[in-house]
Design a protein around this ligand. Structure first.
Ligand SMILES: *Cc1c(COP(=O)(O)O)cnc(C)c1O
Length: 484
């Protein structure tokens, strides 16, 4: 290196501002992110500039220029760092209650209730009449009893927790016969045999995968049997040569030998869905009516509420479950409870429910309405995307999801984006660009085409928001094209 180059480098190094000087120039950033965090970022940024000078990547710069560049870098780094990773997305996957996308969307009244209790002390476990300690379950218990016919109810974090708590309370160190046809896995992480093991009870498999008879249960019952359990095989169906024991028969058998009969219902269906032209699904009230002593179900599947697990049934059993020390670890927080109460309240008026409850509104959305949105959006997409992409709409089906209703049943319309020259790679890139939008769009790739299912995209605000983002999408596609 020539001596003049070395002295140039030394001159440049002398231009490097001090950390304090940059801090002084960046007072606004310090006010927003704090002295400690900003100082550290400035130091790192200055080190990086020094390194670039030494390697010859920076050949000239003034102190002012370095200061403003460093502050700009620090600001964008801090902004990125403080951006929330949990953000709203468009669920255009064709799976309505998508577990990975947070399942049910809350109705407005529930959202308001969450906001109300979130920032304030509330009478969560405080009896305002008596002026003393109360019980958090009371806020939602009467509603659940009214809607299901149960005597009592208690609430936990999700239905998996509900099953765990019920088994641990009523069957620890004892045997629970379950039909081989019901040893299901739900959503990949909840397997009945594994939950039973963790709850401390012993699973006794009865019957065969396709056929289980009452005599199979009878044979399995002994003095160490704790309960009879029926599990709804929510997300699959056994067809052909099949037999299962009805709930009424199981309840009778259990009661003959003075054991409780428990049903894990999975989805919390509170009203007759056939009234809405949806497939028949057993309601919680029917399960209680059939003789179940305890039922458990999810709050965020068909019920359309917040993530929680509802346990309802006979008072003395619910009382025992509530007194289990594990309940303390699984209990609901005030925000979930507030949301649940509002959702349950909506069920008292079934006529208004379809409009008020997003899940039911989406399940019952007329195809005509879905088609109108699909047509408008495909028009907007034709404008936003280059001729490289072919855009059509296609009638197909979408699924309830989360094991809420067993089979594909709902017809739907998808906007289909294909590559004009059958280039799978360009569809994959497009799908990625959709996912990187400010409100990410999640669709699905099928046979080299990107499908955006429109059942969950409602006309109005959502449609506008989707269309407004298309300019961003077009710009990012144009950037990608010039980079190539
Ligand atoms: C979904 C489901 C569960 C688990 O419920 P989460 O609320 O997801 O914890 C348990 N049992 C059955 C039958 C289910 O369908």
């Amino acid at each position: 290196m020539s001596s003049s180059a070395t002295s140039d480098i030394n001159d440049l190094i002398r231009q490097l501002p001090s950390v304090d000087a940059v801090l002084l120039a960046g007072k606004g950033i310090v006010a927003e992110y704090g002295h400690l965090e900003v100082t550290k970022k400035i130091r790192d940024a200055l080190d990086a500039v020094r390194e670039q000078i030494l390697t010859g990547d920076i050949l000239q710069a003034s102190s002012e220029h370095i200061t403003s560049q460093v502050l700009a870098d620090v600001q964008s780094s801090l902004e990125e760092q403080s951006a929330s990773s949990l953000i709203p997305v468009f669920n255009l996957t064709g799976t309505i209650l998508h577990t990975n996308l947070g399942r049910a969307m809350l109705p407005e009244s529930a959202v308001q209730a969450v906001v109300r209790v979130a920032a304030s002390p509330v009478n969560l476990e405080y009896d305002l009449e008596a002026g003393q300690r109360g019980e958090r379950d009371t806020h939602a218990e009467a509603l659940v009893c009214q809607l299901t016919g149960a005597q009592a109810a208690t609430f936990v974090n999700n239905n998996a927790a509900a099953v765990l708590l019920v088994l641990n309370t009523l069957a620890q160190n004892r045997e629970v016969p379950v039909s081989r046809g019901e040893l299901v896995e739900i959503g990949g992480s909840f397997r009945i045999p594994e939950v039973m093991e963790r709850s401390g009870c012993k699973l006794v498999e009865v019957g065969a995968t396709n056929r289980t008879h009452l005599k199979d249960y009878k044979k399995a019952i002994n003095s160490n049997t704790a309960m009879l359990l029926k599990v709804h095989t929510s997300n699959y169906r056994i067809e052909g040569f099949t037999a299962e024991v009805s709930e009424t028969e199981l309840a009778e058998l259990a009661h003959q030998v003075e054991l409780p009969f428990v049903i894990d219902m999975g989805s919390g269906c509170l009203l007759d869905l056939t009234a809405y032209d949806l497939p028949k699904e057993q309601t919680a009230a029917q399960a209680i009516e059939s003789g179940a002593d305890i039922i458990t179900f999810s709050g965020d599947k068909l019920l359309g509420g917040p993530q929680c697990g509802i346990i309802a049934g006979k008072s003395e059993l619910v009382e025992a479950i509530r007194s289990n020390p594990l309940k303390r670890a699984l209990r609901l927080d005030k925000m979930t409870l507030a949301a649940l109460v509002e959702v349950l309240k909506l069920y008292r008026n079934p006529e208004a429910l379809v409009q008020a409850l997003p899940t039911l509104r989406i399940f019952t959305r007329p195809l005509k309405d879905i088609r109108e949105v699909a047509d408008r959006l495909s028009g907007a997409l034709v404008k936003a995307l280059s001729e490289q992409f072919l855009i059509t709409t296609e009638t197909g089906t979408c699924q309830a999801g989360s094991g809420a209703l067993p089979v594909k049943i709902l017809s739907s319309i998808a906007v289909v984006i294909a590559s004009a020259d059958k280039d799978d790679e360009s569809i994959r890139r497009l799908e990625q660009k959709f996912r990187k939008l400010p409100r990410p769009v999640i669709g699905r790739i099928n046979k080299g085409r990107l499908l955006l299912d429109m059942r969950c995209l409602e006309a109005g605000i959502q449609e506008k928001e989707f269309i407004a983002q298309l300019a961003t999408l077009a710009a990012s596609l144009a950037d990608a094209a010039t980079e190539q």
